[in-house]
Write a protein that binds this ligand. Structure first.
Ligand code: SDX
Length: 392
């Protein structure tokens, strides 16, 4: 009651969004993509098959995956003039800023030709976005290190193609690393969708106005960049590097408990999971396996493990059900794959594009979808009369 008028809580309750794409049980630590447990998809599937599942609602049957993969592969190139787009940035522009702008600019190429009421054209736009995100992401990285932007190689599968565009050295053939491509594919599966998280809700809100999908995904990239959301994976590595050594972990935990410190354990806590984030469990195991297979020894992994153990034993974190989330270990694997820290959230955006476009398509296929128009609880001044300047 603001003294202005009393709100009827029932009136102010916002109906939750209906969606059939992903299910999360935060108390049980359950995550299902179209009914399939994330653990099974992580073990048996691949990112493009998961993207097909999220978009179409079913795993691809005979020939369906091959057609989907062909369609994605043949939309990986970006318009040549888009390469000049990157020249407009300072070399040290953050790659998330470049990706957000470049994806938004796809609307300039495809907006007029896109009949948003045609399901086939909506599906094509979704495929274009899944196909072009790695090309745009790699272009942003190559521009930032002053190297020539590389064309996608259609003879490579999705993750190998991305790694080739990222790391191919013009003067010598790239040694493809199957361990790196497989690890990346698994990380992309784990990051592909996550119900109504902030960036997906942003895509749905923008999409509800009838805006084109390129503008919707650009808005999703903007929301994902925040350190409380997708930007956390970059923030975790910075935090671990700042802690520096396992012996400093106790101090970091105490700092994170001090409300006035402004310091939080990045990669810990979640709006929904009040139990382990099932993705974090998979990524933690993956960390050891991938670093072992790559022969990488990263002292930050020891710091991360020590920090996790210390926090999981501390009543402050236990009482608040603060567990490691998807971002806690992922950066250590990205680092082992040679991905620079400022590209970590871009990796998240590549994977989450599958979820974003699945939700965007679902919204258009849901006849009763209305324009997103959240209500508010007014806490401002009551009605009052204007005061002339000489009377103030
Ligand atoms: C992602 O929504 C999604 O699904 C997101 C995501 C996805 O796949 O899309 O899962 C990806 O964004 C994961 C989250 C990545 N962000 C971080 O790791 C940043 C650090 N985490 C926090 O900022 C925080 O935990 C949030 C934002 C993730 C969740 O915040 P909540 O649920 O709103 O928790 P809260 O802010 O209400 O905190 C509850 C209590 C508070 O203390 P009290 O006021 O009760 O005393 O826990 C404390 C907070 O101060 N707390 C933390 C903490 N997170 C919460 N204290 C120290 N370190 C932390 N990380």
């Amino acid at each position: 009651d603001t003294g202005y008028f009393t709100y009827d809580p029932g009136f102010m309750s916002t109906a939750a969004t209906k969606s059939a794409v992903t299910f999360i049980d935060g108390d049980q630590g359950v995550l299902l993509y179209r009914g399939y447990p994330i653990e099974q998809l992580a073990k048996h599937s691949n990112f493009l098959e998961v993207a097909y599942l999220l978009i179409n609602g079913e795993l691809p049957g005979a020939g369906e995956f091959e057609k989907f993969e062909h369609d994605v592969t043949h939309h990986t190139m970006m318009r040549e003039s888009l390469k000049n787009f990157f020249q407009g940035f300072h070399y040290d522009a953050h790659p998330m800023a470049m990706c957000m702008a470049a994806v938004g600019s796809l609307a300039a190429f495809y907006h007029d030709s896109l009949d948003i009421n045609d399901p086939a054209q909506r599906k094509l736009a979704a495929i274009r976005l899944i196909a072009k995100m790695p090309t745009i992401a790699a272009a942003a990285y190559r521009y930032s290190i002053g190297w020539p932007i590389r064309y996608p190689r259609n003879n490579l599968e999705y993750c190998s193609r991305f790694l080739h565009m990222m790391f191919e050295v013009p003067s010598e053939p790239l040694q493809m690393n199957p361990v790196a491509a497989k690890a990346l594919d698994l990380l992309f599966i784990l990051h592909a969708d996550h119900e109504q998280n902030a960036s997906t809700s942003t895509v749905r809100l923008v999409g509800s106005t009838g805006a084109n999908p390129y503008a919707c995904v650009a808005a999703g990239i903007a929301a994902l960049w925040g350190p409380a959301h997708g930007g956390a994976n970059e923030a975790v590595l910075k935090m671990l590097a700042e802690i520096g050594d396992a012996k400093n972990v106790g101090k970091a935990v105490e700092r994170a408990k001090d409300k006035n410190s402004g310091f939080r354990l990045m990669g810990f806590g979640h709006r929904v999971y009040k139990n382990f984030d099932p993705r974090a469990t998979i990524i933690r195991e993956m960390c050891h396996k991938v670093l072992g297979e790559l022969g990488v020894k990263d002292p930050l992994l020891d710091v991360a493990m020590e920090l996790e153990q210390a926090a999981l034993k501390d009543p402050y974190f236990v009482e608040r059900k603060l567990y490691p989330n998807v971002d806690f270990y992922s950066g250590i694997i990205y680092k082992a794959l040679g991905i620079p820290t400022e590209m970590f959230t871009v990796m998240f955006a590549i994977a989450r594009t599958a979820g974003w476009v699945a939700h965007w398509l679902e919204q258009h296929e849901t006849p009763d979808a209305k324009i997103g128009r959240p209500r508010q609880i007014y806490t401002g001044a009551p009605t009052r009369d204007y005061v002339p300047a000489d009377k103030r």
